[in-house]
Design a protein around this ligand. Sequence first.
Ligand code: BGC
Length: 878
Amino acid sequence: MESSRRGARQTAYRLRVASTPEKLAAGAADLWDSGLVASQQTTHIAYAGKPLLSRATCHWCVEIRDEAGEATTSEPAFWTMGLLEKSDWTAHWIAAPAEIIQRDREAVAPTLLAPGTPALFRKEFEAPGPIRRALLYASARGVFELRANGRRVGEDLFAPEWTDYDRRIQYRAYDVTALLAAGRNTLGATLGDGWWSGFVGWQETRARYGSLENSLLLQLELELADGRRLTLGTDGSWHCNTGPILASDFMMGETYDARRERRGWDFGPFSGQDWLPAREVAAPTAPLVAQRSEPVRIGEQLTPLSVNEIQPGVFIFDLGQNIAGRVRLRVNAPPGTRLTLRHGERLSPDGALYTENLRRAKATDVYVCKGGGVEVFEPHFTFHGFQYVELTGLPYWPDLSAVTGCVIRSATSDAGRFECSHPGVNRLWLNGLWSQKDNFLSVPTDCPQRDERLGWMGDAQVFLRTASYNQDVAAFFTKWMVDVEDAQTAEGIFPDTAPRLREDGNFVGLGNLGGSAGWADAGVIIPYTIWRVYGDRRILERHYRAMVKWVDWIAAHNPNGLRQHQLANNYGDWLCLPSDTSFGTHSPMKYLLATAYWADDCAKLARIARELGHEADARRFGQMFEHIRAAFQKEWLEPNGRITTDTQTGYLLALAFDLLPENLRAAAAAHLVANIQSLDWHLSTGFIGISHLNPQLTLAGHTEVAYRLLLREDYPSWLYPVRHGATTIWERWNGWTHEGGFFKPQMNSFNHYSLGSVGEWLFRHVAGIELDPEIPGFQHFILRPFLGDGLDFVRASYCSLHGEITSEWRRDGGQLTWTVRVPANTTAKVFVPSRPESVVTEGGAPVASAAGLRVLGREPRFLMCEATSGVYVFGATL
Ligand code: BGC
């Protein structure tokens, strides 16, 4: 519901679903008619009509009644059901015949044609009449690009994307009606390695979920104008060859020889003599599932800011922004010219490309020109993390248009905007958003550049609230939680990274990561948070048993309420600074952190159990929480509120996870502040503590300390990298320092979002757009900004599932003007910052007389009101 009217509200809805648009228009909802339901609900209403079958197209609309009983009906829309049954698939899985790779290896490029050379597949077919609708279903073990009659099918990259391929493989469906016609047609596909058989993580050999062989499954379903239905699938009648891509790998890059392009291969008629029949291979045992998250696509496209020749023939382009993606290259050079593109995040002091921190990732693309005019190259099955591109081999000085930086990311849409009076803070927020875009690539990864790029769960959970303000990540995390649960062991241990890399393959050193405090706990934190932010209980239902199993597993191994049992790793407060560093395996700080997370798992799980109506579990986990809380206090809490480990993160977790007696919270917060003060007002937390730092300081009444930390520009601080030109969030506070230069290259990414989790605080507490503690999904929410020295204005907005919430405050001297937007069909508890004796106005008149507002009372620094939907402009003295 959209409306700027004060008090606009839905009072009832009616959903209609029909099998044809005509029926829907005529009001004949033959699939489902919900009837008029008196309800304010506008989200997560599950279809409850006739059972839906594979391929069904469902046309639907919704009618709503507003607070005055006025009816409004939406434009009709539709969805199409996927292939629900295994028997819907009649196509066969096909692979390239070994002879082709063999033949080309000897004939063409002996050094380059390693396994991993993408194969081309093609098929010509006759459509015996005009086509009404054509759907192409596609899956692969590997990653595909599809073509129909010489044109690209869809815009997706790296489909069918990453899952635990032993557990499930995704498929996608493309409407190709516009690409096909009556008569002769050609379908083509290029099949590369991707996560299935390429380099993943830091392992030394290529991935192996089953075999190194890539295979493809395509099923084209045609509905002709005369009503006939035809199905055409991959099988042994398809033909296969190699093409211009000699090698392509996420980590290593792509080698492309344009002289080998096979013109016409993807549109007939074509008489390729050297094409061999494809080989039918066994279907996987894992089920095929429709992809539920946004596809990976090209996002932003950037023109470089500069190009420099740093040595004769060595050109460096600066995109001005660190991205995950690749270069589209435009050149004009003689046939056989061999161009090399290398990618790096930074430059060395001498101006050369800095690539040491990429570890084993070669991140090198090679293009061999075909000649004859301008040619454009964009690699297919690779991506790099970079701001700088080094181009060599070009016989002339290129201008900026030679290079376009193409961002590659999951196509999640923007949700939030944050702007304030401090340019450094604006850049900090933007750096977090960029690191999110650069790392949300099919799954939430740690970094896009070095040989890692894994779905690290600790990173994902600390950043999730920030991520959900920045973009709509509901589908993205809903899909990823399936990967997380797929990776859970039979005993109940959640992994540290997901999708899991299995131990029985060749995932050297990667397979056994699991159960780590703060990382594996994401198995509870993610569903809980997605439910809180989006109000979708189904993610709780789906993963409930897995969460219970996990927490029970911890409990079974730690009977005394302290989480001391440890599997492979305890990362502690990863990458905290020396004062907090607890790298030793048995440091008390690590046990404190682990215990705190366990307690919080229990608190969340008790709340989840209550939501789902599992009362006995709710009590059980509530008691488990109390047991751990008591053990925590006994082990680490001194009577004066000091925590024995005396680290910032120790205090933060105790405060955030409610582990302290009420009467010692203020004292503990004072110890935290003293700790910060002892470091000359600097932070020292790592990945885990940092997301709680400013929120907890603010909620404990130390807003001014939080602002002071935010606005620090000297090391270590959030703005230190910003001041030194960072365009993304660095992995570590000391990734580069003025005194020491680059940190050791073994682990020094310049694009890790974890330390950017301060974005959450900017939205929740600086702009003041906050969830209601009891009601999920922002249908009722809180507006409560905490103003602090150093910012004169803030303009923030957040598109919740119920519409756009805005908070814009400005102060002039001691006068506040605050404009807020409460979307239609929502309500908010609004805390207007003001001095106790201040006259608070709305729209220039005393607040008590404002339509849509009800004054609830005062807190020392806020006037509290309950607001119906609408736009309000408050004035107050601060
Ligand atoms: C990754 C992290 C991850 C960590 C686990 C690193 O190599 O880059 O972001 O969370 O390992 O401690």
